[in-house]
Design a protein around this ligand. Structure first.
Ligand code: CUA
Length: 318
């Protein structure tokens, strides 16, 4: 079935989208019809009961039981329809399925990470199988974020010190946008990702490859991939421009002024500490806003990132 979006809503790509869209369009159509009736009657009455001469007075009007009952009963009925329709859809959304894929989602300034039961740990982009329920258990490492996939019609706040859950069952293969929809600071608008909906075989192959990704790559090459995949790119440029954090251009083995008045050298140990425990040593002129990558990078991935940052110096510093 062809599945196009409309001017109101993007394409519907999950099982609950039907309920959400049905109710949305019903409320929209009802509102348009009521709006048209009200405006039309207003125009007719304005014309029909206009003042026709200097001495015409509006006759005194009493109430009309039939009309008053009508305009009470009809809206009450409409509201009841919206309530029960909405409630049944809400229950479907809030009762988690007992089977399917489970993924742990973490929101932090300013990226999403996904921890799979198979061991894969991904940033911003993740994948799920088509026509299978997926449950996300979510929490935040810092402030309130909100996980939003418009095509699936799901949105749920992601809070520090608490787990929230959301589920969906994708109905189409494809790539869909993930947004953060709770203002969470300077780079909130860059806290975006993609969910890839794959066929069952492709998903099985994919989860197998990402669980072991990068072990056989040269470290600097792996680091270059991780620089983008782990969202370092959001805050650290390679061309010397200052985004949220220091640029990696020519950073290697440079002396750094720290906010506590001492200096450090940008070497393997400084980088490792800054990735795992970013608030330990803060570069003068920058805010301590970097999140920790503790538990999100394997040792060989850390080595890869360090090898890559080293290279940014070699390529451009000559
Ligand atoms: Cu995270 Cu906005």
């Amino acid at each position: 079935m062809e599945n196009e979006g409309t001017v109101w809503l993007p394409p519907a790509n999950s099982t609950i989208a039907e309920d959400v869209d049905g109710l949305f369009y019903w409320i929209l159509d009802t509102s348009i019809i009521i709006f048209a009736i009200v405006i039309l009657l207003m125009a007719v009455f304005t014309w029909r009961y206009r003042r026709r001469g200097k001495d015409t007075l509006t006759p005194a009007k009493d109430h009309n039981n039939f009309l008053e009952a009508l305009w009470t009963i009809i809206p009450t009925g409409l509201i009841m329809v919206a309530f029960f329709w909405g409630f049944s859809g809400y229950m479907k959304m809030r009762v988690m399925p007992l089977e399917g894929t489970e993924i742990k989602v973490t929101g932090q300034k300013w990226f999403w990470s996904y921890q799979y039961e198979e061991g894969a740990n991904l940033t911003n982009d993740f994948a799920v199988p088509v026509n299978k329920p997926v449950t996300l258990t979510m929490s935040s490492a810092d402030v309130i974020h909100s996980f939003y996939v418009p095509n699936f019609r799901i949105k749920m706040d992601v809070l520090p010190n608490r787990y929230t859950k959301v589920w969906f069952e994708p109905t189409h293969e494809g790539v869909f946008d993930v947004f953060c929809t709770e203002y969470c600071g300077q780079a909130h608008s860059e806290m975006v990702g993609k969910v890839h909906v794959l066929s069952e075989e492709n998903y099985a192959a994919w989860i197998d490859s990402v669980s072991r990704f990068g072990e056989d790559l040269p470290p600097a090459e792996l680091g270059e991939i991780l620089y983008v995949k782990k969202a370092c790119v959001t805050c650290h440029s390679l061309d010397g421009s200052i985004v949220q954090g220091p640029s990696f251009l020519g950073a290697w083995e440079r002396d750094i002024q720290l906010t506590d008045g001492t200096t450090a050298i940008m070497d393997e140990n400084y980088l490792r500490e800054s990735i795992i425990n970013p608030r330990a040593k803060i570069h003068v002129g920058y805010q301590p806003v970097m999140p920790t990558y503790q538990g999100q990078l394997k040792d060989y991935e850390l080595d890869g990132l360090i090898a890559f940052i080293k290279q940014v110096k070699q390529q451009t510093g000559q």
